[in-house]
Design a binder for this molecule. Structure first.
Ligand SMILES: [Zn+2]
Length: 235
């Protein structure tokens, strides 16, 4: 079973807000909750890093990612009031997540009607060692969590992005876009269904022999993902 840990970026009392009444801690809590509901309905195990009142440190929240397939920290951004768009940060030690982050930024930007600012990493160096800049990413990167993302869904200090974020239905659309990319990406990688399980389904339904299955999975470069796709179509 796929396991996703959602980190609603800020606790009540946090002062990050837009010019006309949007509060980041409220918006990202709603996005997190909608995302949780969508993923639950698809059979994913979903947990939060914190309860509504809890205000854990960034590192503590990240460190809860142990054992999860995906850790995603939910935020909205602020800069100079005129900047708009969506950006997604990933763990710099996982270059394979650039595509995941890129797709998510593009998909969410499309529903928000702003631009994708793309996949990003942010690091700092201390005593010759490189660290992820964001504490939650740093904490999660200390665990065995497979994918680590931090999404900034729009700039709440921009009047247009803020107007979008103030409508609950729009927050739902952001969550749906995120869920779509999460499902797509984790399925492509085969986490939603073990390869062995998929092999068994294809073998039984198509009446194939073991050696045919082994040939398909081991000798064809995209064999694993093909078998999973076939199994999903058959059940
Ligand atoms: Zn934030």
């Amino acid at each position: 079973m796929i396991k996703v840990l959602i980190d609603p970026g800020h606790a009540p009392g946090n002062t990050n807000k837009g010019p006309t009444g949007y509060y980041e801690y409220q918006g990202v809590w709603k996005i997190s909750t909608y995302l949780k509901d969508i993923l639950l309905s698809k059979g994913v195990q979903v947990d939060f890093t914190r309860t509504w009142e809890q205000d854990l440190t960034l590192l503590e929240r990240g460190q809860k990612a142990a054992g999860y397939d995906l850790f995603i920290s939910e935020h909205t951004n602020a800069y100079d009031g005129s900047t708009r768009g969506v950006e997604v940060y990933y763990d710099y030690t996982k270059p394979q997540d650039e595509e995941f982050a890129e797709k998510m930024a593009a998909k969410v930007a499309a529903v928000m009607g702003n631009q994708s600012r793309g996949a990003k990493t942010r690091v700092y160096t201390e005593s010759g060692k490189i660290y992820n800049y964001y504490g939650v990413i740093r904490g999660a990167a200390d665990t065995n969590c497979k994918h680590i993302l931090l999404i900034e869904s729009g700039f709440h200090d921009n009047i247009e992005d803020e107007a979008f974020l103030k409508v609950d239905d729009n927050l739902k659309k952001i969550s749906e876009a995120q869920a779509e990319v999460i499902c797509e990406f984790l399925v492509i990688e085969g986490y939603s269904m073990a390869v062995e399980e998929a092999k068994q389904i294809v073998k039984d339904k198509a009446g194939l022999e073991d050696k045919t299955m082994d040939f398909l999975v081991n000798d064809y470069r995209f064999g694993e993902s093909l078998v999973i796709k076939l199994a999903k179509a058959m059940i």
